[in-house]
Design a protein around this ligand. Sequence first.
Ligand code: BTN
Length: 257
Amino acid sequence: MWLNLASVEERLATRYIGRRLLYFTSTGSTMDSARSEAEAGAPEGTVVLAEEQTKGRGRFGRAWVSPAGKNLYLTLIMRPALDRLRSLSIVSPLAVALAIEDATGLTPRIKWPNDILINGRKLSGILIESEFSGPSPEYALVGPGINVNLDMEEAPEIAQIATSVKRELGRETSREELLAGFLNRFEQLYDGAAKSDAVHDQWRSRLDTLGRNVHVTFRDQVYEGRAEDVDRDGNLILVEPDGARRVIEAGEVTLRA
Ligand code: BTN
């Protein structure tokens, strides 16, 4: 079943997020479609949404499984000032987690920096890309993929490590409700993060990673240690075996045995 956009719009309570919605039945990647829109001057809050992606991509050059009509694939165009750019990687996973919780009662956790997990399996991932003009960001692209009504038998290649809302809940969920919920939460959290630390604290309290012994892979380097905390910018603070503290901006975490 295709998305009912009127039903998404009815549920929107935002001022600027999702007020312009571009909808594709199929596209290569919503990241690329959104990039063209951003280059052409699309206003902040524009959403590019697709029922299917033929070249959906994940972090580290991986593919993102993107069959038609089952899940949510979207990219949000933001135009943050430099001092708000980092808050996107805090706000985005928290907005996904809260939208899922609001719609289903499930309580997803966040794996630093921005994977959304349930029962240890990945339910959603987010790509964030930014484009600078000199020292200032011109735009940022926030692209969540959320496995909503995916039957895991349809995606055996990821069934061990990934899950869907349907699998966890045992029934289908309205994609319209989830999408509008995400956009509503995103605007509330993004505006809130500019005003107080509460959003950061809420994100931190959902992190699955803290206190664990981890490996973090970033740009061909592997760091090892205990994930002690996160700082105000969302960087991970790792305590290495010799006691040194290392601040890591981005990367992929694996739990150490
Ligand atoms: C990850 O690897 O965890 C990030 C996955 C991001 C997938 C989404 S789906 C919508 C948007 N378009 C893409 O091609 N990727 C992101």
